[in-house]
Design a binder for this molecule. Sequence first.
Ligand code: PEP
Length: 262
Amino acid sequence: MRKFFVAGNWKMNKTIAESRALVQALLPDLEAIDNVDTAVCPSYLAVPAVAELCLGAELKVGAQNVHWEESGAFTGAVSPQMVSEVCDLVIVGHSERRQLFGETDETVNKRLKAGLAAGLEVIVCIGETLEENEAGQTEAVVTRQLGEGLAGISETQAASITIAYEPVWAIGTGRAATPEDANHVHKDVIRPLLKKQFGQSRAEAMRIQYGGSIKPDNAAELFAMSDIDGGLVGGASLKADSFVAIVKAASMVDIIKKESEA
Ligand code: PEP
């Protein structure tokens, strides 16, 4: 069974001091849970301070984006080598990057390849807008985003990739996808595409997170689904108690699933 992976995307929130305080509040509770992988993704400026606090801890530290070039005249950008000096992982293709900063499937693919080459784990975000959802285009959009986003990626490289299915209409809106709808996209659309590209056993081992208004009160029902392997959490990762509650929900669901399999 895949190990749950719950990651917090802090977006453009928290000063360095606030980021330190949040991690200090998270660490004791998160370190007591060993059946769920966890990560936090602070703003770039807070990453070194958070990484220092996480030295020797299981909590991983990620960046929210990365450029694909190694160095040069790219004002405002941060290279994969710079990220990998302090981070374990990086998020690419978040819908806010796509919608507000013009990222495309092609640049997502470049960022992914550069992140992997630098030794980072990469969370690749995909998901349809409300308009696309209402027009019945979810499958087509997710298929395109995965096809172009993962173009040229090998089965070996896929071992370092997590997919985050984040329907854009569910992000920050308080309106999460239903567990059944999210699981349908994970199980019947995303996993088969991963199987086609990487083969059955790699695809079965890859984690597909759900993201979009995960809260302590809906986390357990989402994680209970067969193909939801954790979550990418935005708003609810900004407070220690709600992030810990979501990780605990994953931990409990994992225990229940293992008991029912035994
Ligand atoms: C996100 O930022 O990826 C996200 C899912 O946000 P929220 O949990 O606030 O919807």
